[in-house]
Design a protein around this ligand. Sequence first.
Ligand code: MG
Length: 253
Amino acid sequence: MTSSIILKSASELEIMEEANQIVAQTLCMLKEHVAPGVTTLQLDQLAEKYARKNNATPAFKGYRGFPGSLCVSINDQVVHGIPSRKVILQEGDILSIDFGVKYKGYYGDAAITVPVGSIDHQAEDLLKITRESLYKAIEQVKVGNRISDISQAVQDYVEERGYSVVRQFVGHGIGQHLHEPPEIPNYRRAGRSPKLLAGMVIAIEPMVNSGSHEVKILGDGWTVVTNDKSLSAHFEHSVAVTENGPLILSHGL
Ligand code: MG
């Protein structure tokens, strides 16, 4: 992480929109391939191929030693699941797919959670509420608001519906680095948070559990799971703050 918030120019935002559109298109393509019997490694290979064909580099591969292009997290896995030929999708699973690319020196980052075949009503509701909480957060992206307005919007929306927000992992600024300041928590922290300024670009990523908010990291050093084995969902958009309100760079998901 660099130490201060970096504002982006209009021409930088254009490149970042292109980067994020490669991410969004990759995720849309993957959605079509998610089905019982498919392995998470197959999805990973499809994503890498698609990104490279579009002159982008998968951003997560090799990041602090992460082995995959995608983070693929099933059911009680929250984030950072490692793609594997041993992980075979099954009817009724929910799968979070997080993808990032580097393109012309700038990063794009977005995530969706999708059903594998048909899923039960509870899982369906978790996906819906998590996705909606992201859009509630994006409504708060306006000049003069603070990061805490985003955090509060997610937390209120999620907790009023009986779910919990993960605290240990948060959203982030994004630009020429995958992770830049400021942090974008999905819960209200004590103290004053930074004001939103035109030119800031932030990755907002609610991680929502159907049980307790507590999580732990598995022995592989990456996979984050819920402590109580409850289901977890994750949606993410990279969003620019503009004088005219939020500009969702990863639109189209
Ligand atoms: Mg992110």
